[in-house]
Design a binder for this molecule. Sequence first.
Ligand code: KG4
Ligand code: ZN
Length: 338
Amino acid sequence: MATILALETSCDETAIALVNCGSKINVLKEVVASQIKIHRPYGGVVPLLAKREHIKNLPLLYKKTITAADEKKISKIAVTVGPGLEPALWAGINFAHQLSNNLQAPVVGVNHLEGHIFSNWLASPKVKINFPAVCLVISGGHTILLKLESKTKWQKLGETRDDAVGEAFDKVAKMLNLPYPGGPEIEKLAQTVKDKSQLIPFPRPMANSKNYDFSFSGLKTAVLYYLKSHPAAKKSRQSAAIVAASFQQAAIDSLAAKAFRAAVELKAKSILLCGGVASNNALKNDFALKIKNSGLSRQLKLYAPPLKYNTDNAAMIAAAACWGHAYPAAKALPNLNL
Ligand code: KG4
Ligand code: ZN
């Protein structure tokens, strides 16, 4: 069984994991250092600051986590080579090459998005996901719907034509003067709205279009215009909460429209959610309820990784090195997508 050391530095989390890779992933060690506090004053991730923090954090985290005994077991070093912020990615890639020299282990490049998909198998070694499955990769940078025929065989059905859903959460949060990252803040505020009849009917762009693509920029603009014409909405926590809950429900409905249509058309046995936005409990509850209400509970199961594997982490990068594609990790960054 190969032991993989994985590094993740594509955005604002510096993460290291050590895993045993086989038909199941056994996570031996994992650590994540979040840079949220550093980027928060800027309202988003500043790439060069992210790079500086990764360069500072990587050796510290490595020393804290990986022992000499661990080092003897490492047969491969996996590092995220995209998609992500280029300066941040290079911090991880350069560190991987330094380690490779010291440990005499090869470096393999990994697609961050494959990592998010595989995070569904990190939840519990016992998890048994049936195929075909549809998978929503919903993060700050991506919104992609996939059909999975097996754990490693997938096909892209559609993706966002403009903003990623996480980006829309972050931008709407900013409009409401909530701190970065906006997703958890919107969710927290939205939870305070108990009466759904109060929700503002924001648009669900593309929800009825006959493809599997998404669009979130029109929804974001609708919130912006609403706030311009209702300036008082930002001033009271209660009315801001109604805006947050209305936006969140519109985003959930837009995702659900395509995911459920795909699930029915493809006779999927599972719906998988992954990426930072998959942490959203309102979304998970809504999907679970839609499965129940449509009488599909027997044949269609919903899966979402636990919180620590939704947001960026290195265990998922190790899983992608174990089961996914290998990319070069030097010279130029490959142009990665799914
Ligand atoms: O996967 P991730 O950690 O990083 C990327 O690869 O982008 O996703 C980060 C995104 C951010 O946009 C953040 O606001 C969003 O995930 N997010 C959430 C929640 N937690 C994180 N969005 C909605 N509800 C949440 N609870
Ligand atoms: Zn991510």
